[in-house]
Design a protein around this ligand. Structure first.
Ligand code: PEP
Length: 250
């Protein structure tokens, strides 16, 4: 199975020129790798400009909860498909932080899956000290998957991203591969309750939160883990390319 390595560029870089330059460097490296699925999630506005993606797949950082209608500022999953996007990130903690709740996340996930996008559902607790954090993650998953047909399981990916480990919160300190391993088992059990055993066993689970070229190996080697979601380090093409190389060897 190929490792999945997703770059979440968030609201960066600030110019098209910079985006194209980073993209070009990653593209030429990714073209040589057989064992990695490389996915870049740039800001929406750059998606059509980076269209000739070659081996790299494009992801949206969000989708609208509806397919049509008067939603000022929103971008539908159908539009994204139309410009060559194949993945979408749904329910990122930075969107939850600005008020996106579980119901909206479920609707977005449904739209994204319905339109055939591979959908990366982000879950994770806010504080390291939260005692009931597995329960929080379980609730996020159950609420997001409620009512979503099991046949969409093959296009669903779960990203475990403890919010406290995301670089903007943690000053670059990641969670541990051991905790990711334990959480991946817990996440699989939760998915089993909703979608049953075969979906749960096949579901890719990836880790996100301060992944860089130094710590990526540990997370990529986790048994049952399928890859990593990389924020800050993905804007440095050299660093990100190193992560791709590591993933390719595992
Ligand atoms: C993220 O926000 O999805 C993320 C993984 O960020 P970082 O790698 O910067 O912690």
């Amino acid at each position: 199975m190929k490792k999945l390595v997703i770059a979440n560029w968030k609201m960066a870089p600030q110019t098209v020129k910079e985006a194209q330059a980073i993209f070009a460097k990653i593209k030429s490296r990714a073209a040589r790798l057989r064992g990695v699925e490389t996915v870049i999630a740039p800001p929406f506005i750059y998606l059509p400009l980076l269209k000739s993606a070659g081996k790299i797949k494009l992801a949206a950082q969000d989708v609208a909860k509806d397919d049509g209608g008067p939603w000022t500022g929103e971008i539908s999953a159908r539009m994204l498909k139309g410009v060559g996007v194949s993945y979408a990130i749904i329910g990122h903690s930075e969107r939850r932080e600005i008020g996106e709740g579980d119901d909206v996340i479920r609707e977005k996930l449904y739209q994204s899956l319905f339109r055939g996008l591979k959908s990366v559902l982000c879950v994770g607790e806010k504080e390291k000290s939260q005692e009931a954090f597995p329960h929080i993650v379980r609730e996020q998953i159950k609420k997001a998957l409620r009512g979503i047909p099991r046949y969409f399981a093959s296009k669903t990916i779960i990203a475990y991203e403890p919010v406290w480990a995301i670089s903007s919160h943690s000053k670059g300190k990641a969670d541990t591969p051991q905790n990711f391993f334990e959480m991946s088992i817990f996440i699989r059990r939760t998915v089993l309750d909703v979608w049953g055993k075969s979906a749960a066993l096949r579901l890719p689970i990836i880790y996100g939160g301060s992944v860089n070229a130094k710590n990526a190996k540990g997370f990529l080697e986790v048994k049952g883990g399928s890859g990593v979601l990389v924020g800050k380090a993905s804007l440095d093409a050299r660093e990100f390319n190193k992560i791709l190389e590591i993933a390719d060897t595992i």
